[in-house]
Design a protein around this ligand. Structure first.
Ligand SMILES: *[C@@H]1O[C@H](CO)[C@@H](O)[C@H](O)[C@H]1NC(C)=O
Ligand SMILES: *[C@@H]1O[C@H](CO)[C@@H](O)[C@H](O)[C@H]1NC(C)=O
Ligand SMILES: *[C@@H]1O[C@H](CO)[C@@H](O)[C@H](O)[C@H]1NC(C)=O
Ligand SMILES: *[C@@H]1O[C@H](CO)[C@@H](O)[C@H](O)[C@H]1NC(C)=O
Ligand SMILES: *[C@@H]1O[C@H](CO)[C@@H](O)[C@H](O)[C@H]1NC(C)=O
Ligand SMILES: CC(=O)N[C@H]1CO[C@H](CO)[C@@H](O)[C@@H]1O
Length: 429
C-alpha cells in the first residue's frame, strides 16, 4: 500500500465517521395505523446519541414523555421503553381524536425532530337493513337500504341474494371524522323471492377477520297457482285413477275444491276426495267429463282442469272403422304403455278408442282419405287459379312453378309469392 492510497483511505474513513455522526444524531420514526380502541406504540430511535434526551409530543404540541418522565396526565399513555437510543410510548384505547402528527425531538443543538402520523381507523357499526315490508306482495317494488355508521375510511357495502352477489347503489355521507355508508337495492318482488335471504356485508380494513353483516329473509305473499297431476296417461275402465291438485301459494291455499262439469262430484262412493287428491277406485265410462280443482287464498283463486275420457279395456272392444275427426297427438307415455290401441290415432281426449283390428282399417282409410283430399284440393286450387287468369296462365307461368317438382308445389310456390301474383294481375287484365 503506497502513501497516496493510504491517505485516500484515511480521508474516506474520517468522512464516513462524520456522516455517521450527523445521520446517527437524527431521530427515526414510523407512521402508525391503529384501529379505534386498539393500542398504538410510538417508537423513536436514534443511532448515535451523546446522552441527549428524546421527547414525544402529540398533535397539539403537548409533551407526552420527556425521556422516561411522563409530562401529560393521561392514563392511556404509558412508557414502554426509554434508553439513550430509543423512546417508545404506547397509547391504549385509541380514539379518533388521537389521530394526527406526533413529533419525536432530540434535544441537540439545534433540536432535531421527526414526525410520525398516527392514523386511527373507524370501525363500522353493525349494518342495518331497512325498507322491508313483511310480508311483501308479489309485484311490489321495494327498496332495501343497508346502512353502517362510524367507518373511517368509508366502508364498502356489498349485497348478496342467497350468497350470490348483486349490485346495489352506494351513497357515502361524511359525518365528522367518520362516514355513513348506505347502499340500496331495488327489488321487484316476485314469488321466487319468497324465502330468499338478502345479506348486506360490510367490507373494511378494520374488519379483516370478521366481516359485519345483516340478513333479511323475504316473505312474499302470492295467489296460488294450480296444476292437476294425473296418475294414468290412458285411463281405462275399471282402473284406479288419482288426480292430484297441486297448488302453490303463500299463504298456503285453503283446501282445494273439486267439481265435475261445473257441478258437484256425482258419485262420492267411487270418487274419493282426500286433501288435495281425487281418486277413482274403479273408472267407469260414465266418469268422463271435465274435472276442475280450485284453490285460493286471500290474494286470489286459481283453478285447473282435466278432461277425463275413460277408454274401454281394449280386448273387449268390437272393431271400429270410423277414423277420428280430430286426432290429437298421442301422449308420449302412451307409446311406452302396453295397451293395444294404436297410439297414432288414440289421443287422451279422442272419443273413439280403437281396437287392434280396427287400427289397420282406419290407417288405410285415413291414407286414402288424405290422398283423395289433397288431390281434390289441388284440382280446386288449380281450377280457380286458371279461371282467374283466363288462360293466359299458359304463356305466363308463375315464377315459383319453374323449379317445382309437381303441380302442387308449383301452386304453393306461386301462391306463397304474393308480390308476383299482384304483378301478374296487372299484366293480364
Ligand atoms: C406495543 O409494544 C408492546 C411491548 O413491546 C407489545 O407487547 C405490543 O404488542 C405492542 N402493540 C402493538 C399494537 O404493536
Ligand atoms: C451517558 O450517561 C451515562 C450515565 O447515565 C454515563 O455512564 C455515560 O458515560 C454517558 N455517555 C456519554 C457519551 O456521555
Ligand atoms: C407518514 O404520514 C404522513 C401523513 O400522512 C405522510 O406525509 C408521510 O409520507 C408518511 N411517511 C411514511 C414514511 O410513510
Ligand atoms: C347526507 O345524508 C342526508 C340524509 O341522510 C342527506 O340529506 C344529505 O344530502 C347527505 N349529504 C351528503 C353530503 O351526501
Ligand atoms: C258403470 O256404471 C254403470 C252405471 O252406474 C254400471 O251399470 C256399469 O256396470 C259400470 N261399469 C263398470 C265397468 O263398473
Ligand atoms: C259426461 C260426458 O262427457 N260424457 C261423455 C262420455 O263419452 C261419451 C262418448 O263415448 C259422450 O257421448 C259423453 O257425452
Amino acid at each position: 500500500m503506497n502513501l497516496k492510497s493510504h491517505l485516500i483511505f484515511t480521508l474516506y474513513t474520517i468522512y464516513g465517521i462524520l456522516l455517521k455522526g450527523i445521520s446517527g444524531q437524527h431521530p427515526l420514526v414510523q407512521n402508525v395505523t391503529v384501529t379505534e380502541g386498539g393500542t398504538a406504540n410510538m417508537t423513536c430511535r436514534v443511532e448515535y446519541n451523546d446522552n441527549t434526551s428524546l421527547q414525544w409530543s402529540n398533535p397539539a404540541q403537548q409533551t407526552l414523555f420527556f425521556g422516561d418522565k411522563k409530562a401529560l396526565r393521561d392514563n392511556r399513555i404509558e412508557l414502554m421503553h426509554a434508553s439513550w437510543s430509543e423512546l417508545t410510548i404506547s397509547i391504549t384505547d385509541v380514539t379518533l381524536t388521537d389521530e394526527g402528527m406526533y413529533t419525536c425531538s432530540l434535544f441537540t443543538m439545534p433540536v432535531r425532530t421527526a414526525k410520525a402520523y398516527l392514523t386511527v381507523l373507524g370501525v363500522p357499526e353493525k349494518p342495518e337493513i331497512d325498507g322491508l315490508t313483511k310480508p311483501a306482495m308479489e309485484g311490489d317494488h321495494i327498496t332495501l337500504t343497508c346502512m353502517t355508521q362510524g367507518s373511517k375510511p368509508a366502508a364498502d357495502l356489498r349485497w348478496f341474494r342467497n350468497e350470490k352477489e348483486v349490485k346495489g347503489a352506494k351513497e357515502v355521507n361524511a359525518s365528522g371524522k367518520t362516514f355513513t355508508v348506505r347502499s340500496s337495492l331495488q327489488l321487484h318482488v316476485d314469488r321466487n323471492d319468497d324465502g330468499v335471504a338478502y345479506t348486506c356485508k360490510v367490507d373494511h380494513v378494520a374488519l379483516s377477520q370478521t366481516p359485519q353483516q345483516a340478513t333479511e329473509v323475504l316473505e312474499v305473499h302470492y295467489a296460488p297457482r294450480v296444476q292437476i297431476i294425473n296418475s294414468l296417461a290412458v285411463p281405462q275402465e275399471g282402473q284406479y285413477l288419482k288426480l292430484e291438485c297441486v297448488s302453490k301459494g303463500n299463504p298456503s291455499p285453503d283446501p282445494v275444491m273439486w267439481t265435475k262439469d261445473g257441478g258437484e262430484l256425482p258419485d262420492l262412493d267411487r270418487m274419493i276426495v282426500e286433501g288435495r287428491e281425487l281418486t277413482f277406485t274403479s273408472l267407469n265410462k260414465t266418469d268422463n267429463g271435465t274435472y276442475r280443482c280450485e284453490a285460493g287464498n286471500h290474494l286470489g283463486t286459481s283453478s285447473a282442469e282435466y278432461v277425463l275420457y275413460v277408454y274401454d279395456v281394449p280386448t273387449t272392444l268390437p272393431p271400429s272403422t270410423t277414423p277420428p275427426l280430430h286426432p290429437i297427438p298421442p301422449d308420449p307415455t302412451a307409446l311406452l304403455g302396453t295397451h293395444a290401441s294404436d297410439p297414432t290415432v288414440t289421443g287422451s281426449r279422442d272419443p273413439n278408442a280403437l281396437g287392434q283390428r280396427g287400427t289397420d282399417h282406419a290407417l288405410i282409410g285415413g291414407v286414402v282419405a288424405v290422398v283423395v283430399f289433397v288431390t281434390l284440393c289441388s284440382i280446386i286450387v288449380l281450377g280457380r287459379y286458371l279461371a282467374r287468369h283466363k288462360g293466359t296462365y299458359l304463356t305466363n307461368e308463375a315464377k315459383g312453378a319453374d323449379d317445382a317438382p309437381d303441380a302442387d308445389t308449383a301452386i304453393i310456390n306461386a301462391e306463397g309469392n304474393h308480390a308476383h301474383a299482384e304483378e301478374k294481375k296487372e299484366y293480364f287484365i
